[in-house]
Design a protein around this ligand. Structure first.
Ligand code: PLP
Length: 335
């Protein structure tokens, strides 16, 4: 397949007059200069991300959120009706949704009840039509890291691409899998600006992997998948790495305070150890507690109907005041 060739792709060098892309030379209806198409190759972003992460630019792909590379990877590797992906419930919901949209089967190999990899079940789960294995670590909604040694074994033995989704890696005490990219050409690591970087509203995600896989993602993506505004704001965020690190430290301290307070609540049955910015907590009468909170303006995620999550609510770590408000409602509910 030949990739779309944009007006700017067909021209190299310096120019003063651009009459090649049917843009509006008079300017933008909004304030700011948005009348020109953005860089489809995200050069400035890749340069900056490469310096931040120590990963070569040829290994970096930028998407409209990490949801976009999830969808593109499925489209790239799976033939509808023939190939399948493997996901490990309970986990992030978009793998399954993207597979469905693309008419690709999603084989489920559940995590164990303590949210670990079920190695015997996994290693007998695939044949040559298994093209992608999604490992979410830290996992959403449980928050725990998957066991590293098991992940090494899976990456070595899986016949297709292993996608390690690291949306929450900045909150984790363990190193990122990007350090292993050179060792494993079948590894793709997803990260995002939506969590620790606090940029969920602009939709910027990153896939990192083997240069050939990255080149294929570049080939099939919509040409202007990141708007100029997105690219500018993502660059601004990356230039403020110190602020991101401070936010992470604050949220981690808040997470520990939240855990401590919840441990003192008799009706809390379990708090899953978290390496992320949220906690999965098992409560007595969780459904009722969930609705009690909504009626008082506090929204958490009800996960009670997810596998292994009976009685569980997923609570994002917020500001100190927000967490306090949540805790007050927990105590009011059981009083
Ligand atoms: C595990 C996981 N992966 C990916 C995403 C999607 O992130 P993005 O905002 O980059 O599309 C989320 C969002 O909640 C997530 O929890």
């Amino acid at each position: 397949m030949k990739a779309y060739s944009s007006a700017r792709d067909e021209f190299e060098g310096e120019a003063e007059v651009f009459l090649d892309a049917n843009e509006n030379a008079l300017g933008s209806a909004a304030s700011g200069h948005f009348n020109r198409y953005p860089d489809p190759h995200h050069k400035a972003l890749k340069e900056r991300w490469s310096a931040l992460k120590g990963v070569g630019q040829e290994r970096i792909f930028f998407g409209n959120g990490s949801d976009e590379p999830i969808d593109l990877l499925i489209r790239l590797f799976c033939e509808p009706g023939k190939d399948y992906i493997i996901t490990l419930p309970p986990t992030y919901g978009m793998y399954k949704v993207s597979a469905s949209i693309n008419a690709v089967e999603n084989k489920l190999v559940p995590l164990t009840p303590d949210f670990e990899l079920d190695m015997p079940a996994l290693t007998s789960a695939w044949d040559e039509h298994a093209k992608l294995l999604f490992l979410c670590s830290p996992n959403n909604p449980s928050g725990n890291l998957l066991r590293r040694q098991d992940m090494h074994e899976l990456i070595k033995s899986f016949p297709g691409i292993v996608v390690v989704d690291e949306a929450y890696i900045d909150f984790s005490p363990e190193a990122s899998w990007i350090d292993e990219l050179e060792k494993y050409p079948n590894l793709v690591v997803l990260q995002t600006l939506s969590k620790a970087w606090g940029m969920a509203g602009i939709r910027v995600g990153v896939a990192m992997g083997d240069p050939y896989v990255i080149a294929m993602l570049e080939k099939i993506k919509p040409p202007y998948n990141l708007s100029l505004a997105n690219q500018q704001l993502a660059l601004e965020a990356m230039a403020n790495h110190e602020k991101q690190k401070n936010h992470v430290q604050t949220l981690l301290a808040e997470r520990e305070k939240l855990i401590h307070a919840l441990e003192g609540v008799e009706q809390v049955r379990k708090i899953v150890p978290s390496a992320a910015n949220f906690l999965l907590v098992e409560f007595d009468r969780a459904d009722e507690l969930f609705h009690f909170m909504i009626e008082r303006g506090v929204i958490v995620r009800n996960r009670t109907r997810e596998l292994h999550c009976e009685g569980c609510l997923r609570v994002t770590v917020g500001t100190s005041a927000e967490n306090q408000r949540f805790l007050t409602l927990v105590n009011d509910f059981y009083a």
